[in-house]
Ligand binder design. Sequence first.
Ligand SMILES: [Mg+2]
Length: 302
Amino acid sequence: VRSLGRPPAWVRVGPGDDAAVLAVADRSLLVTTDALVDGVHFRRGWLSPRALGERAYRVNASDVAAMGGWPRAAVMALEVPRGTPTAILDGIVAGFVRAARAHGAVLVGGNLARGPRLAITVTLLGRPGRRIVTRGGARPGDVVFVTGALGAGAAAVRARRGGRTAAFPAVPDRVAVGAALAGIASAMIDVSDGLLQDLGHVARASGVAIRVAADRIPLAAACRRLPRREGLTLAVAGGEDYELAGTVPRGRRAALQRIARRLGCPCTEIGEVVAGRPAVRLLDASGRALHVARAGFDHLRR
Ligand SMILES: [Mg+2]
């Protein structure tokens, strides 16, 4: 946003990355905020209050993980419709606190306000890990990776829209993985808007082009059960996966797989960084470009 102007020097990383980085008495602090709004990011009936609280924490922790950091403290602003039972609010907070505790992070404040629909806005502060990884460090020759598998959330949205029941997947906890990857990654981002779109942010911030091999994308089980093209579309364009995607120098590929084994989290090589106009291209096995429409969560937002 242009009107924000040029930040002062103690803002080490300003708006536009997964989290901002502030220098605090010679130390840096990661800062991020994200909201969950009923009807936009979730549907009330899809998640228990506890699962909703956990999700509110994890989507924010995902941004801290994408910078290689550790969550420390959070504040939560709850907006609730009149007549919402106290048990629902208690459940949201309990789910949040429990998920935060897994990282030694604490909820240090909050606000409760009446509103037309349930909305949970969280601001999370984090401590940098061994290195702060931004979206801007990818270089030609680097290998592109993604953690876990993609498309489970989008496939669940699709199933429910079709009137079928489908378990709504929890947001994965990639904080420890992100901190380990920070030792080797040249750039990193969390997959919130869909793999191709999020890698587009990396391409622009780094000034490089990215090629992704369609047949290397790790598909969630629910996507593997769908017709190939449909499952692939949900996996690369569905969004709300909260896996980590990024780049590592070619010489760090073995280290990437060591981290994957040590932490029990698949880190799949899915493509490469090349010189060129910032763009992301999805290629089939014979090198032809595939075009996919936006899918999954986008329909929930509309
Ligand atoms: Mg992010």
